[in-house]
Design a protein around this ligand. Structure first.
Ligand SMILES: [Zn+2]
Ligand SMILES: [Zn+2]
Length: 279
C-alpha cells in the first residue's frame, strides 16, 4: 500500500516537473516540453520487438529529443545487401547480395544496423561517447535490441561480444559504449521466449593501442587495427557463432579485424550488429 502511494506521489511529481521545467534536446540543444504520456523507460516491451524501427526510435527517445529531432532519424530499410547490410539506392525489390560482396568474400556475415549514422542518432551516439551522457545507453540499447530481434535468429547465436576498447581508452572514457548498449539485454531477453544469449565482454581484447578511426581513410583504418585484437580463451569460441556489437559501423575495418582474430581461433561465424552505419 505504502509502495503504491509512493509510486503515485512520484508520478504526480514527475507530471508537475515535466509541465513546469522544459528539457534540453540532446541533439539540437533547444528546450522542449516532454510529452507526459510517454515517461522514460516505460515503452511496452512487445512494441520494442514488433514495431518498425523508426517507431521504436520515436518511443525510446521521446524523453530526450524535441519533436523535430525525433523525426530526424533514418532507419536502415529494405532493400539492403544481405551480407554487408548496405542499402540499395533503388527502393524496390528484395534484399540480396551486392556486387562487392559477391566478388569479395568478407569475414563478417550478416552485418546489420538500426539506422544511418546521421541526424539525431549521430548526435546521441556522440553525446553518449564524448559527453558522458551514459543514461542514453538504456534507450539506445533498447533500439539496438529491437534491431537484433528483427534481423537475427537468436537460437543460432552462441555469444554476444562488444568490440573491445584498449585498456587505456577504457580508463580514459570510463566505459565501453558497445558494452553499455547491451548491458540491459539479459533483462530484455528474459521477456522473450528466447534463452539469454551469453554476453562475453572479456574473451576478445584489444591488445594494442590504436588511433581513433575517425578521420582515417579505408586503407589507414585497416592498417590502424591490424593485429590489434586477441582471444584469451579459444576453447570457448571453437565452432561457435559470435555476434559482434559496435556503436558505429563505418568501413568495417575494426569488425573485420575482430572477425579475423575470432575465426583464426576457431569461431565458425562472426556477425555484426551496430547501432548506426555509414550510408
Ligand atoms: Zn532537437
Ligand atoms: Zn554487400
Amino acid at each position: 500500500m505504502a509502495k503504491k502511494k509512493s509510486e503515485m506521489f512520484r508520478r504526480i511529481l514527475q507530471t508537475f516537473k515535466v509541465s513546469i521545467f522544459p528539457s534540453k534536446c540532446l541533439a539540437c540543444g533547444l528546450f522542449f516540453h516532454q510529452k507526459q504520456d510517454k515517461p522514460a523507460g516505460k515503452t511496452p516491451f512487445d512494441q520494442i520487438v514488433h514495431d518498425p524501427i523508426e517507431t521504436v526510435f520515436y518511443r525510446v527517445m521521446t524523453p530526450f529529443l524535441c519533436s523535430s529531432c525525433l523525426s530526424d532519424f533514418s532507419p536502415v530499410q529494405s532493400p539492403f545487401c544481405t551480407q554487408c547490410g548496405r542499402m540499395f539506392e533503388s527502393k524496390s525489390g528484395d534484399n540480396h547480395q551486392c556486387g562487392d560482396c559477391i566478388q569479395n568474400k568478407t569475414l563478417c556475415s550478416g552485418i546489420r544496423a538500426a539506422g544511418i549514422y546521421r541526424g539525431a542518432l549521430k548526435s546521441n551516439i556522440h553525446a553518449l561517447k564524448y559527453n558522458n551522457k551514459v543514461h542514453l545507453a538504456r534507450p539506445l540499447g533498447r533500439l539496438l535490441f529491437s534491431s537484433f530481434m528483427k534481423y537475427y535468429n537468436a537460437s543460432t547465436i552462441d555469444y554476444i561480444m562488444p568490440v573491445p576498447l584498449h585498456i587505456s581508452r577504457l580508463k580514459q572514457r570510463g566505459f565501453n559504449q558497445a558494452a553499455m548498449l547491451i548491458r540491459q539485454w539479459p533483462v530484455l531477453f528474459s521477456q522473450t521466449e528466447h534463452r539469454c544469449i551469453p554476453i562475453d565482454c572479456k574473451n576478445l581484447a584489444r591488445k594494442r593501442k590504436t588511433l581513433s578511426q575517425t578521420g582515417l581513410g579505408k586503407k589507414k583504418r585497416k592498417q590502424n587495427v591490424k593485429d590489434a585484437f586477441a582471444v584469451k580463451d579459444k576453447s570457448n569460441i571453437s565452432g561457435k557463432h559470435v555476434l559482434l556489437i559496435d556503436d558505429v559501423y563505418t568501413t568495417g575495418s575494426t569488425c573485420d579485424e575482430c572477425a579475423k582474430t575470432l575465426i583464426s581461433k576457431g569461431a565458425k561465424t562472426v556477425s555484426v550488429l551496430a547501432l548506426a552505419r555509414a550510408d
